[in-house]
Design a protein around this ligand. Structure first.
Ligand code: 0O2
Length: 208
């Protein structure tokens, strides 16, 4: 019974943190669009990790399943993914979040410059979000993943093809998935270059 109450309290905090994070990110991005006349975002997705999924993560890391360990060792109970258009947008969005007064970045992983062995590519920010409760403010951890649509395509399909697979994945399939990730990266670079070239053409047209 006491355990259920603890879990309920934890879920309440995570739900509040997710709402705060969604609101803050939305305000920052709207402000960015207003000031730059440009919207770098294709779409945003957010979720609370399920208790089952958190338990699996704890077990895989060798921890006992309880609320204390969820808070301590599962860093992505609150998760938000920003999917943007171009590679350069990823780094622009990272800057916007780092400059926010409400979101505190405490860790970051650039899996774009240093992709994971699988080929997974994305920029991860581990952040703290203030949640104002009756007894005061609590800082709740959240993970923000920032990636291009192309990276999102690869990651979403990889999630289905290999990521959650329990057994040993054949080397040929790992290699092929890795090659697909490299192709995706090359496409991202190409789209970025094409966009830059078109920007110059558009600016020249405006001058004339
Ligand atoms: P799900 O179902 O997407 O939530 P940590 O989360 O920090 O305790 P870790 O593994 O060090 O543990 O964190 P990492 O690697 O920085 O980020 C983990 C998340 O990144 C995963 O969450 C996935 O969302 C994503 N990810 C990492 N590697 C891969 C990959 O090879 N393929 C795909 N498709 N996604 C990946 P979860 O909780 O593992 O899964």
């Amino acid at each position: 019974m006491e355990k259920d109450k603890e879990l309920e309290g934890l879920i309440l905090k995570y739900t509040a943190a997710l709402k705060t994070l969604e609101t803050e990110i939305s305000i920052l991005l709207q402000d960015y669009e207003y000031k730059n006349n440009y919207n770098p975002v294709e779409h945003i997705k957010s979720r609370l990790k399920s208790y089952d999924s958190a338990s699996k993560k704890l077990i895989s890391k060798g921890y006992e399943v309880n609320t204390t360990n969820i808070e301590k060792h599962v860093h992505d109970m609150v998760g938000l993914r920003i999917v943007c258009s171009f590679l350069s947008d990823v780094y622009e969005i990272v800057k916007i979040i780092e400059n926010s007064d409400q979101i505190t970045v405490h860790d970051k992983e650039d899996y774009i410059t240093n992709p994971k062995d699988t080929g997974y590519s994305s920029y991860h920010l581990n952040v703290y979000i203030p949640v104002y409760l009756i007894d005061g403010v609590e800082l709740v951890e959240a993970e923000i993943q920032i990636r291009t649509v192309a990276m999102d395509f690869w990651a979403s399909l990889d999630h289905k093809i290999t990521y959650k697979f329990k057994g040993e994945i054949p080397e040929e399939i790992k290699d092929e998935m890795h090659k697909c990730a490299e192709d995706i990266h090359a496409l991202d670079q190409k789209m970025l270059t094409l966009n830059k070239e078109m920007q110059i053409i558009k600016e020249d047209q405006e001058i004339i």
